[in-house]
Design a protein around this ligand. Structure first.
Ligand code: GAL
Length: 726
C-alpha cells in the first residue's frame, strides 16, 4: 500500500545558487508554500524575484523496501528547477504552473538524505509565459505543496472517472492506468457519497497496464449542481489474489455541462447564463505562495461574496486547493494553459503541450471544470500548434469541450467554444457559436479604491452594463469580467506602481463598488445586499452633490431617508438594466439635500424591503470623520503547520461602520504568541482599508493581536493556533 506524507516543513532556503555541499549555515529555515522573496503590495519590481535560489531538505529514512519506489511530487515550482538527491542529479523541470514527480529511489539511502532543489525564477524566454511582455507576475520559489510517497513498483498511476447520461440513466466508469504491465491482477472499486455510504461497486481483471471499471449497480445518485454540489468518492484498489497492493481515492460529481449550438450553456440540462470573473493567483506580500486556506478563501469570495457562478483561471493552471474548493461550493471553472499573447519556438510549444497534458490529467475529475483553455491567452492563430492542443485535450478528456481565448473575432475556430475578450463598451456580434465572453472592462477603465466617487460608480456601472447586455443576448453563453482582484504586474502595464487596478476588489480582496454590483446579483434569500455607491458628501463629485444615488441591492424596494426627510420608496432601474435579476437603483436626490452650498447636511438612511417587509438597513453618517478602527480575521483559528495564514482586515469607519474612504491613517500592529505578521507594519492606509496576513508557527497556543491608530481607540483580538493533524 502507498504511504503519502506532506513534505512542506523543515526546508532550508538560500536566495542564491549554492554548491550541493554548502554548509547548512548558509541557509535559512522555511516552510512551504514559500516565496523566494517578500514583497510590498505595490511599487515593487519583478527583478526582485528573478534569481536562482537553492532549497534543501534533510530527511531520515529508517529502512528501504527494495520492492518499493519513492517519489517526491512538487505541485508547483516557479519557473524551472533541477532536483538532486544525495548529490545525484535526478530531474530538470521547466514550467511553474503544473506538478511533476521525481523518482528518488536510485539515490535514496537508509539514514539521512539530502534533497536539493535549485530553482530558477528568472523570466526565461524559453519557458511559457515568457518570450514577450506579460501582464502579470509569476514570482518565484517552491510556492505550492510538496508530497513524499512510497509505492510498490506496480501501482496505480491514474484514475480517470467518467460519468455519462447523468440525467436519464447515469453511467459511471473509471479508466485506470497502472505503472507497468501486469499478467493478471484485479481491480476493485467502490463509490461512496459525501456521508460515506457506499452507493456502487465494481471489479474487473486487468492485464497490460490499463483497465476499465464499470459500475452496473449505481443506486440513485444526486447531481452536482451550483446549489447542491454533491460529491462522491471512488476508491480503486489493485489486488493480487487477496492482497491489496495499492489503492487510490478520487473525488468526483455527476453533472452534465455543455455549451450548445444555440449559444447557451447548459448545466444538467438547464440553460444558465455564465456570470463570473477572472482570477489571478497574485497575493500581497507573498506573491503566489498562498497556502490552502487563502486559496479556498478566493473561491469562497467569488461564489459567496461576489455571487459568481464561474471563474476563469487566467492565465494558467491554478492551485489544487482552489479547484477542490470550487468543487465543494459549486463554482464552475474555465481552466487554461499559461501564456500571454506570445507563442514561442518548437521547444517552447512542447513545454506548453506538456503543461496542457499535465493540467488535464491532474484536473479532469473536478466536476467544477467545464472548459479547457487550449490556446495561449490572446495569441494569434497558429493552426498547427492549436490543432495539436485541441486534439490532445479531446483525446485526454472526451467529456469536456475546449475554448481558446482570443481578443479578435473571426479567427480560425478549432475549438468547441469561441471564447472571446470583448473590450468594447457594448457587445460585439458573435461570429461563431457557442460564444463566451472571457474578459471585458479591465484596462479600459482601471479604478483604484481611492479614486473619486464618479470613477468608482462608472467602474461599477460598466460591469453592470456589460452583464445586462450579455444576459439579454441569447447568442452569448455568458461573460467573465476582468477581473476579480487587483494584481501586481510588469512595468509595461498597470498604473506606474506596478499594479493593475482592474479588480472589482482590491489586491486584499476588499470590494470596490463594482464588487457591490456582483454581490447584489445573488438571491436575497442567500444574503441581503444593500450597498450605496456613495461617499455621501457634498463635494466629492464635479459640481458637488450625490445625485443620482446608485444603490446596489437585491431588495425589491429601497426607501431613502435623509435626516428627517423621507424621500419615499424606489424601485430598481429596470428601464436601463432590464435583463438583470437585480438592477441597481438610480435615485435622483433633490438638490436641496446634498448639492454644494445646500441646506445643512444630514445622515443618509436606506431601508431595503423584500415582500413589503423592511429587511436591511444602511446608515451613512454625514460626519465622515473617522470614528472607529475596525479589524477582524477570516477565521478564529489557524493550524500549527508553519504555513497556515489568514487575512487580518482593518478599516477606518464612520460611527455606523461605513468605510471612511480617504483615510490615510497609519495603523500599527503588535502580536504575541505562536504566529507572525506578514505584511507592511505599520501600514499607511490609502483607501481607509487594507489587510495583512497572520501566519501560524509550528506550536499551538493563543495569539493576541493589538492594533493602534492615532486618535482612535486601540483594538485587540485573539486567534487560536490548533495542532496540525498528522
Ligand atoms: C487582456 C489580457 C489580460 C489583461 C487584460 C487587462 O487583454 O488578456 O491578461 O491584461 O487585458 O484589461
Amino acid at each position: 500500500m502507498r504511504k503519502q506524507t506532506v513534505f512542506n516543513q523543515n526546508w532550508l532556503f538560500a536566495a542564491r545558487e549554492l554548491n550541493l555541499d554548502a554548509p547548512d549555515n548558509q541557509f535559512e529555515p522555511v516552510n512551504l508554500p514559500h516565496s523566494n522573496q517578500d514583497f510590498s503590495h505595490q511599487n515593487f519590481d519583478n527583478q526582485q524575484y528573478q534569481f536562482v535560489s537553492t532549497y534543501r531538505k534533510r530527511f531520515v529514512v529508517d529502512q528501504i523496501d527494495p520492492e518499493t519506489i519513492t517519489f517526491i511530487d512538487f505541485e508547483g515550482v516557479m519557473l524551472a528547477c533541477k532536483v538532486y538527491l544525495n548529490g545525484l542529479f535526478l530531474k530538470e523541470h521547466k514550467g511553474g504552473f503544473t506538478p511533476f514527480s521525481v523518482d528518488l529511489t536510485k539515490a535514496l539511502k537508509v539514514g539521512e538524505n539530502l534533497l536539493t532543489v535549485v530553482v530558477d525564477s528568472q523570466e526565461r524566454k524559453d519557458i511559457p509565459p515568457y518570450g514577450h511582455v506579460v501582464d502579470y507576475l509569476t514570482f518565484g520559489g517552491i510556492y505550492r505543496d510538496v508530497f513524499l510517497w512510497i509505492v510498490p513498483a506496480l501501482h496505480i498511476k491514474d484514475v480517470f472517472v467518467k460519468t455519462a447520461n447523468v440525467l436519464d440513466d447515469p453511467q459511471l466508469t473509471c479508466d485506470v492506468t497502472l505503472s507497468q504491465n501486469v499478467g493478471a491482477v484485479n481491480l476493485q472499486a467502490f463509490v461512496t457519497d459525501s456521508k460515506g455510504n457506499q452507493v456502487a461497486k465494481s471489479q474487473t481483471p486487468i492485464t497490460g497496464n490499463f483497465g476499465k471499471l464499470k459500475f452496473e449497480d449505481l443506486k440513485e445518485i444526486e447531481l452536482w449542481s451550483l446549489e447542491r454540489p454533491a460529491l462522491y468518492t471512488v476508491t480503486v484498489s489493485l489486488l493480487e489474489g487477496e492482497q491489496t497492493i495499492d489503492a487510490v481515492s478520487e473525488r468526483f460529481g455527476f453533472r452534465e455541462a455543455e455549451f450548445r449550438a444555440d449559444g447557451g450553456f447548459y448545466l444538467n440540462g438547464e440553460k444558465i447564463k455564465l456570470f463570473g470573473l477572472n482570477r489571478h493567483q497574485t497575493y500581497p506580500y507573498i506573491g503566489a505562495a498562498a497556502p490552502k486556506r487563502l486559496q479556498q478563501l478566493d473561491a469562497d469570495i467569488l461564489k459567496n461574496e461576489l455571487a459568481c457562478n464561474v471563474v476563469r483561471t487566467s492565465h494558467y493552471p491554478q492551485s489544487p486547493h482552489f479547484l477542490d474548493r470550487c468543487d465543494e461550493i459549486g463554482l464552475l471553472v474555465f481552466e487554461e494553459i499559461s501564456g500571454w499573447q506570445h507563442i514561442g519556438d518548437q521547444d517552447w510549444q512542447q513545454i506548453s503541450i506538456d503543461e496542457l497534458e499535465t493540467m488535464i490529467v491532474r484536473d479532469r475529475n473536478h466536476p467544477s471544470i467545464i472548459l479547457w483553455g487550449v490556446r495561449v491567452n490572446e495569441s494569434g492563430d497558429n493552426d498547427t500548434f492549436y490543432r495539436k492542443t485541441n486534439n490532445l485535450a479531446h483525446r485526454l478528456d472526451p467529456t469536456r469541450q475546449t475554448g481558446g481565448v482570443r481578443d479578435f473575432l473571426g479567427s480560425s475556430f478549432l475549438e468547441d467554444v469561441y471564447t472571446y475578450n470583448d473590450f468594447s463598451y457594448d457587445l460585439r456580434e458573435p461570429t461563431n457559436n457557442p460564444h463566451l465572453i472571457t474578459e471585458f472592462a479591465g484596462h479600459m477603465f482601471p479604478t483604484k479604491p481611492w479614486d473619486n466617487e464618479d470613477r468608482l460608480i462608472e467602474h461599477a456601472l460598466r460591469h453592470t452594463h456589460k452583464h445586462n447586455l450579455q444576459m439579454a443576448d441569447e447568442r452569448v453563453a455568458g461573460a467573465i469580467g476582468w477581473c476579480a482582484f487587483d494584481y501586481a504586474t510588469h512595468m509595461e502595464f498597470g498604473s506606474g506602481d506596478r499594479v493593475c487596478y482592474h479588480g472589482v476588489m482590491d489586491i486584499f480582496r476588499l470590494p470596490k463598488w463594482a464588487g457591490y454590483f456582483y454581490q447584489s446579483q445573488q438571491p436575497a434569500s442567500m444574503r441581503l445586499v444593500l450597498k450605496a455607491a456613495t461617499h455621501w458628501t457634498m463635494g466629492d463629485r464635479s459640481e458637488g452633490g450625490s445625485s443620482p444615488l446608485t444603490v446596489f441591492s437585491n431588495c425589491d424596494e429601497v426607501e431613502v431617508i435623509i435626516g428627517e426627510f423621507n424621500l419615499g420608496r424606489f424601485l430598481p432601474n429596470k428601464e436601463q438594466y432590464p435583463a438583470l435579476t437585480h438592477p441597481p437603483f438610480t435615485i435622483e436626490i433633490p438638490q436641496k439635500y446634498t448639492a454644494w452650498g445646500g441646506a445643512a447636511f444630514h445622515d443618509l438612511l436606506l431601508v431595503g424591503y423584500v415582500d413589503e417587509k423592511p429587511v436591511a438597513k444602511q446608515r451613512i453618517s454625514a460626519n465622515r470623520l473617522p470614528a472607529k478602527l475596525d479589524f477582524h480575521t477570516d477565521t478564529d483559528h489557524l493550524i500549527a503547520n508553519g504555513a497556515d495564514m489568514t487575512r487580518l482586515i482593518f478599516r477606518i469607519t464612520d460611527p455606523y461602520g461605513n468605510l471612511v474612504p480617504y483615510s490615510n491613517s497609519v495603523v500599527s500592529f503588535e502580536i504575541e504568541g505562536p504566529a507572525d505578521l506578514i505584511g507592511t507594519n505599520p501600514f499607511p492606509l490609502m483607501s481607509g482599508q487594507a489587510a495583512i496576513f497572520i501566519k501560524a508557527r509550528e506550536e499551538e497556543g493563543v495569539v493576541q493581536i493589538r492594533a493602534h491608530c492615532e486618535g482612535l481607540p486601540a483594538e485587540s483580538l485573539e486567534l487560536q493556533i490548533i495542532p496540525a493533524q498528522t
